[in-house]
Design a binder for this molecule. Structure first.
Ligand SMILES: NC(=O)C1=CN([C@@H]2O[C@H](COP(=O)(O)OP(=O)(O)OC[C@H]3O[C@@H](n4cnc5c(N)ncnc54)[C@H](OP(=O)(O)O)[C@@H]3O)[C@@H](O)[C@H]2O)C=CC1
Ligand SMILES: O=C(CO)COP(=O)(O)O
Length: 434
């Protein structure tokens, strides 16, 4: 049980933001030997047959044990060990989705995801589309996607997030998490630190485009990241307390996405950079990098950009906005066709809707000039890049693109074109107008 999380389970909230939020998650267990509680919950909820989904490594790390525990409790278990793709990696792509669909007997009532972020997204998507609940058994505290509702999938080489389902129950075993590779623990912190810039980006959207904003979800996300930064030593040493706080932070952040039904609180320009790098590496048939490692590095870069806004006076901003010329739509479209492969036309359509959209308009520039004080307040709330880098360093996480093997050309291309990954207002879109 987790005091921080239990108060949210099963709740319906008529929120001041105007939305009705629902949390369908019924149980969250974060403790040593949480694995031992899965079978009891399966029986209590009245299920008799489950499909356990893992990859080779996570099956060894937790799947074998869980299978034994379930079978001892007379639960019928089928297994889907998701195969690696041609790159020797498990990806949340068309191939993995079809494999899971083929591996799941029609009589199976529940899918159990035993793995990290990728495994969960394959399972949450297939569970949603086959109308089966899913349980989450994280094998590493590497992402905030366990409790969330969207499935970022690779579809025709493009990273797109599809609404799916949140888990019915989550069993996070502290002993298992502490044994995860150190890089995955650092990645979990990287994904969490990204919330500082994603929240700032969401605030920009609120102030400059009147975008829907939920104080509750934003506050929850901020509390989630502060929970992690308050326990950095413990996280670095992988103590039970450290793994508990990191996992609570990751799950709270996932809950905040679940509340609003999308990833806006948790994913801004730092994620768009990460997604862009991921897609290019995939196109170039290079090995994938951990999501949270990329997000952590990109967060430092986006914090540098927020820091640069602090010293621009309102008069300077107005002059720069008046003089700036965004690249023509034709030039943007040409680069998108070069970078986004088979999905390029869809990306163009989303970014440049037939009604013209607002992202590069003169009206938006005027709005930015008139709200410059608000923009600066948002920029001031983002921790300094040096602070973010120091937090990442505390858990031995990478802080700069070269540590990831992301070369300067790719960094430059992403700073220009990653903003097209999602049609969301971010600091990258703001800087394009300045
Ligand atoms: N739904 C959402 O809201 C969110 C989704 N995500 C998504 O999550 C994905 C990234 O997930 P992430 O967790 O970083 O990485 P992966 O799930 O891709 O995991 C990377 C590899 O870690 C290995 N692994 C996992 N657990 C263990 C363990 N206990 N011991 C040893 N190895 C282990 C496995 O290795 P091997 O492959 O060799 O078996 C696994 O494939 C991205 O696609 C991202 O977009 C991220 C955040 C939020
Ligand atoms: O990774 C996420 C949050 O950490 C979600 O990202 P998306 O914006 O791609 O859904």
């Amino acid at each position: 049980m987790s005091e921080v999380l239990d108060t949210w389970l099963g709740r319906t909230i008529d929120c001041a933001c105007g939305q009705k939020h629902e949390v369908p998650i019924r149980r969250i267990v974060i403790e040593r030997d949480a694995l031992g509680q899965v079978a009891g919950y399966v029986k209590e909820a009245g299920y008799r047959e489950v499909t356990l989904v893992a990859d080779e490594k996570t099956y060894q790390a937790a799947g074998v044990k869980l299978r034994g525990l379930l079978e001892d409790a007379q639960v019928k278990v089928s297994i889907s060990v998701i195969r690696e793709n041609a790159m020797g990696e498990v990806a949340a792509d068309e191939e993995a989705i079809v494999q899971l669909l083929l591996d799941t007997p029609l009589s199976s009532e529940v899918l159990i995801a035993v793995g990290a972020g990728t495994l969960h997204d394959i399972v949450r998507f297939v569970g949603h589309r086959t109308k089966r609940p899913f349980f989450s058994v994280p094998t590493a505290p590497s992402v905030d996607g366990f409790a969330s509702v969207g499935a970022p999938l690779i579809v025709r080489g493009f990273k797109t997030t599809i609404p799916a389902s949140s888990p019915e129950a989550i069993f996070a075993d502290l002993a298992l998490l502490a044994e995860a590779p150190q890089a995955m623990i650092a990645a979990g912190l990287g994904d969490m630190l990204g919330k500082h810039t994603s929240l700032a980006d969401w605030s920009l959207g609120r102030v400059l485009l009147d975008e829907h904003y939920c104080e509750l979800s934003a506050q929850l996300t901020l509390e989630a990241v502060e929970l992690c930064t308050a326990h950095l030593d413990e996280i670095a040493q992988r103590t039970d307390l450290g793994m508990l706080k990191l996992m609570e932070g990751l799950l709270l952040s996932g809950l905040s996405m679940l509340l609003v039904g999308h990833s806006r609180p948790a994913s801004g320009a730092e994620h768009h950079l990460s997604h862009y790098w991921e897609m290019v590496l995939l196109q170039q048939r290079r090995r994938a990098l951990l999501h949270g490692a990329k997000v952590g590095v990109a967060t430092v870069m986006m914090a540098q950009r927020y820091a640069s806004l602090r010293d621009i006076t309102a008069a300077e901003a107005a002059t720069r906005l008046a003089q700036s010329q965004a690249p023509s739509r034709e030039a943007d479209a040409e680069r998108i066709r070069g970078a986004y492969g088979a999905m390029a036309e869809q990306v163009i359509a989303e970014n440049f809707p037939a009604d013209g959209g607002v992202v590069d308009s003169e009206a938006l520039k005027a709005r930015i000039a008139s709200r410059w004080g608000d923009v600066q307040a948002i920029a001031r709330a983002v921790p300094a890049p040096e602070q973010l880098a120091a937090w990442l360093g505390d858990v031995q996480g990478p802080v700069a693109p070269e540590q990831l093997g992301v070369e300067p050309e790719l960094v430059e291309a992403s700073l220009r074109d990653a903003l097209f990954v999602r049609n969301r207002f971010t600091v990258l879109r703001l800087l394009r107008l300045l």
